[in-house]
Design a protein around this ligand. Structure first.
Ligand SMILES: CC(C)(COP(=O)(O)OP(=O)(O)OC[C@H]1O[C@@H](n2cnc3c(N)ncnc32)[C@H](O)[C@@H]1OP(=O)(O)O)[C@@H](O)C(=O)NCCC(=O)NCCS
Length: 181
């Protein structure tokens, strides 16, 4: 099972674009412009210092996609790249995966990530026939926690010190949605 087919059009405003069609320089510029904002909650900002780092990410991502382990998409809002969303840790044997996402600071609050995650869930449960989708979110990341809560995920528990954010560890809430839900 691979996730190499793009999810595609979410609605009239949003497209989930296969990373193969995203320009690494454009992605790096977006990350760099949002560095301080993203660094609050995402652990990889210091590993992305140049456009070559974004190109290396694309190569690693392609390998993982070929192995069926992960599939990330560029979020295009009104034809402009504004973030990343997709599947990580795809476990084809146990039919589950994790969803990850971020959107640029100036595109928050328009329901972009909620709509993307809804499309990813539909794709995972129907096209890919998975049975369980999880979203791990830092306990204090209230804006992000609102997304699985809005979409009906159950809170399963706390993963203690599961994410290292540069100089401190944070506890994470594990949200899960089952296909039978
Ligand atoms: C957390 C984060 C992903 C939220 O992204 P977002 O696109 O602003 O979130 P949503 O798509 O759910 O938007 C929610 C808001 O849009 C509103 N909205 C507008 N149109 C909407 C629509 N069509 N559908 C749903 N919500 C809509 C909602 O009412 C909600 O407003 P509120 O916050 O005032 O209640 C974003 O802030 C981010 O990337 N943060 C930094 C990185 C990060 O934390 N990543 C997650 C790590 S787990």
């Amino acid at each position: 099972m691979t996730f190499t087919v793009a999810v595609g059009k979410v609605d009239e405003e949003i497209t989930l674009q296969d990373l193969a069609h995203i320009d690494a320089d454009e992605l790096f510029t977006l990350v760099d412009r949002n560095r301080a904002y993203l660094r609050q909650w995402l652990p990889w900002l210091d590993l992305t210092q140049t456009a070559d780092d974004s190109r290396a990410l694309f190569r690693r991502q392609q390998t993982k996609a070929d192995e069926g382990l992960s599939m990330l998409y560029g979020i295009e809002y009104r034809d402009e790249l504004c973030g990343i969303a997709g599947f990580r840790g795809i476990d084809a044997v146990n039919r589950n995966c994790e969803i990850a996402y971020w959107v640029s600071e100036d595109r928050q609050g328009r329901g972009i990530v909620t709509r993307c995650v809804q499309a990813l869930i539909t794709y995972a449960f129907t096209t890919r026939e998975l049975i369980r989708v999880t979203i791990p979110v830092a306990v204090d990341n209230h804006k992000s926690r609102a997304i699985p809560e809005r979409l009906g995920f159950a809170r399963e528990g706390i993963l203690r010190e599961a994410v290292w954010l540069y100089d401190h560890a944070v506890d994470v809430v594990l949200y899960a949605l089952l296909r039978k839900d």
